[in-house]
Design a protein around this ligand. Sequence first.
Ligand code: PEP
Length: 252
Amino acid sequence: MRKKIVAGNWKMNKTFLEAEELVAQVAEALESRKMENKTVVLCPPFPYLELATDIAEEANFSVGAQNVYPEDSGAFTGEVSPSMLVSMEVEYCIIGHSERRKYFGESHEFLTRKLDALLKHNIIPIFCCGEVLPERKAKKHFKVVEKQLDESLFHLKKDEIAMVVIAYEPVWAIGTGVNATPQQAQEMHAFIRSLIAKKYSQKLADEIPILYGGSCNSKNAKELFSNPDVDGGLIGGASLKAEDFIGIVDSF
Ligand code: PEP
C-alpha cells in the first residue's frame, strides 16, 4: 500500500517567530494522531529549515526544502546545495514548481540536474508537473504533463525513480481558489501512473506516490484524496495555518 503524504509548501511566507509558532502548532497537533500510514512534510523557507528539523526530531513530521542548486559547493552566491540540506537533516525537496519554472525560468535541463543532485544525496524530490489554463482549454494537458515527465524525470534509472514523489499541480488551480475536480485529478494521476508503468514497470508505478496540488483545503481534501490514484497533497496557502493544514492531514 502506498504511503499517504501531505506536504506543506510555505513558499515565501512567515517571519521567524511566526514560523516557530506554526511548526510548534503542527507538531503538537500531530502528537496525538496515528501516523502509521501517513507522512507529513513541512517545507518552510531556507532560513527556517533548522528550526523545523530541530523540532522534527521529536515529532511526527519530516522537513523539505523548497529549492536546491545542483552543485555541491562553490561560487554560487545565494544558493543552497544538496549537501547543505543533508547536513541539516532535510529529507525532501520540491522541484519543478510552476512558480520556479515561471519566475526563475527553470528549464527541463536544469530540473534534470537538480533531480540528479538530490538523488545523489538521497534527498527525496517532490517533482511538480502540470499544465496552464490555455493548455487545458486546448485539451493538451495530458500531452504537456507527459512531456514534462519525459524531459525531466524519465531519464532516471528504476532505483532512482523509485525514490521520487510526483505532485500533479495544474497551474490554473495554484493559489486561485479553483481546485481541479476529483475526476480531473484522478484521470491525470491515473495517466501519470500509466506512463510510469509503460516506461518502467507496473510494480514501480504502483509504488510511487502521486500528490495533488492546487487550492486543496480542509473542505475539498477528503473528496480529492478518496480517489484511488491520489496519494495526498502538496499544499500551499492552506499550509500556513495549523488548523487548516491539520484538517487536510485528517482527510484520509
Ligand atoms: C502550491 O503552490 O504548491 C500550491 C498547491 O498552492 P495552493 O495550495 O495555494 O494552491
